[in-house]
Design a protein. Structure first.
Length: 442
């Protein structure tokens, strides 16, 4: 698990490097308002990709179980059906997102001085979503077979392209057009498309089991029975992701009340949080894949070991990372922010939430185990309760009706993580006692 986890953490880190590099350049050279424009758009973008993230988690479960059972025909059917469905969803979301970007960003209270820039930036990324979704799906397939190195190699390629193109397109170097903030969006789009094409060529050249060949193409017509199973697994996860992203939209609405400086601080804290939570998210993917393969082979003693190791790694790796961020928090945040007032806001927010990401990681591992066994409804319900009955109400009440102000928004996160872990762990213990952890049949 550790050997699988390290390339996965590096993959997730590299996936964020382009965004981090862009945030640093935008925040330090283009100004706080420009950084706020990107930050205001992020929750909306996350909302629209949430559905496909859920479907990806469902396909990863099926891929892991089919691979564990050595059923190659079913493996190809899962790939073909998921690719077609993913592309259609990406196209629909691209149209919806680009059409209603201004209305939605206006609805969540995006400050007037940054909304036009946010909308233009958003529309560039929306139209890349069909290809972006296919790329995400393929990396999910490969990881589902237990291979975390190949996605890492291509993320290195993608990140190198993104980081290389970003300053060229932002500042107009080497004769390229000077696109400003929009250069960051175009760099992301071009690097993703090129990397996806290169990956398909590579998989075909090495004759990888998941290469896009005739056996996969014949399944692009979609197996409706398989799609139904995929949706049964994926939709609860998608609903969960959508509700999480809607909660972030609620949070950014609360934050926007305090002005564009607060919005920029929110964006900087989100960037740091994305790295702090990276081990937890990577561990949940690792546990889900190893658990699905163990269930596919009916190795339930191994399944228990997978869970114990996952929890241990969460507290060891996450604990070390959180301590480092606590010690160097102001230095890290100053990479994004130069305004002292904005920096102080961001620092206070980070101090409130940082420790709770260990609890978040523990809950993610329990959730991943249940999803790998085909239990998807209860984890979703528990997540909804913790977010919409705890996080959002606490954030609203403390930010509107207490002296904490914007700090009150962030108190909702630790409260939600604690409630989520308590609910997930209680159900997990009950399901083992009742022997409800069983292999998902098709």
């Amino acid at each position: 698990m550790f050997m699988f986890l390290i390339p996965l953490i590096l993959s997730n880190a590299l996936q964020s490097v382009g965004q981090l590099f862009g945030m640093v350049i935008v925040g330090r050279w283009l100004g706080v308002n420009t950084l706020a424009a990107i930050s205001a758009f992020f929750p909306l973008f996350f909302l629209l990709v949430s559905f496909i993230i859920g479907i990806g988690s469902g396909s990863a479960i099926l891929i892991g179980q089919a691979y564990g059972a050595r059923n190659e025909e079913r493996l190809k059917a899962i790939v073909g059906t998921t690719l077609t469905f993913t592309f259609i969803v990406g196209l629909v979301l691209a149209v919806i997102g680009s059409t209603f970007a201004w209305d939605i960003l206006g609805l969540i209270g995006t400050p007037e001085n940054i909304i036009a820039v946010s909308v233009h930036y958003a529309r560039i990324l929306f139209w890349s979503m069909p290809i972006m979704f296919l790329y995400i799906a393929y990396t999910t397939f490969i990881r589902g077979t237990g291979d975390s190195k190949t996605p890492l190699y291509f993320l290195i390629v993608s990140t190198a392209l993104d980081v290389g193109l970003l300053p060229l397109l932002i500042f107009g170097w080497l004769g390229l057009p000077k696109l400003g903030i929009y250069g960051a969006a175009y760099a992301s789009v071009v690097s993703t498309v090129l990397t996806f094409v290169i990956m398909l060529i590579y998989l075909r050249k090495i004759k990888h089991p998941l290469q896009f060949d005739a056996s996969v193409r014949q399944h692009l017509r979609m197996d409706w029975g398989l799609l139904k199973l995929l949706l049964r697994l994926g939709i609860p996860s998608s609903i969960n992701m959508i509700l999480v992203s809607l909660s972030e939209i609620a949070v950014i609405t609360f934050v926007n009340r305090f002005g564009s400086d607060a919005t920029a601080a929110y964006g900087a804290v989100n960037q740091v949080a994305s790295y702090v939570t990276m081990p937890a998210i990577s561990l949940s993917i690792t546990v889900s894949i190893f658990a699905a393969q163990s269930i596919g082979r009916n190795q339930f003693d191994r399944l228990k070991q997978v869970i114990r190791v996952g929890v241990l790694l969460n507290y060891v790796i996450g604990g070390v990372l959180i301590i480092l961020v606590y010690v160097f928090s102001k230095e890290i945040l100053s990479c994004f922010l130069t305004n002292k007032y904005t920096l102080d806001i961001a620092h206070s927010l980070l101090m409130i939430t940082l420790w709770s990401y260990l609890i978040f990681g523990h809950a993610m591992i329990i959730t991943a185990t249940m999803r790998a066994s085909g239990t998807v409804l209860w984890p979703t319900l528990f997540s909804v309760i913790s977010i919409w009955c705890v996080e959002v109400p606490v954030a609203y009440l403390l930010s509107h009706f207490s002296t904490l102000g914007i700090k009150g928004i962030w108190v909702g996160y630790p409260a939600a993580y604690i409630v989520s872990l308590a609910l997930q762990y209680s159900y997990y213990r009950w399901s083992w006692k009742k022997k409800r952890i069983v292999r998902l049949v098709h």
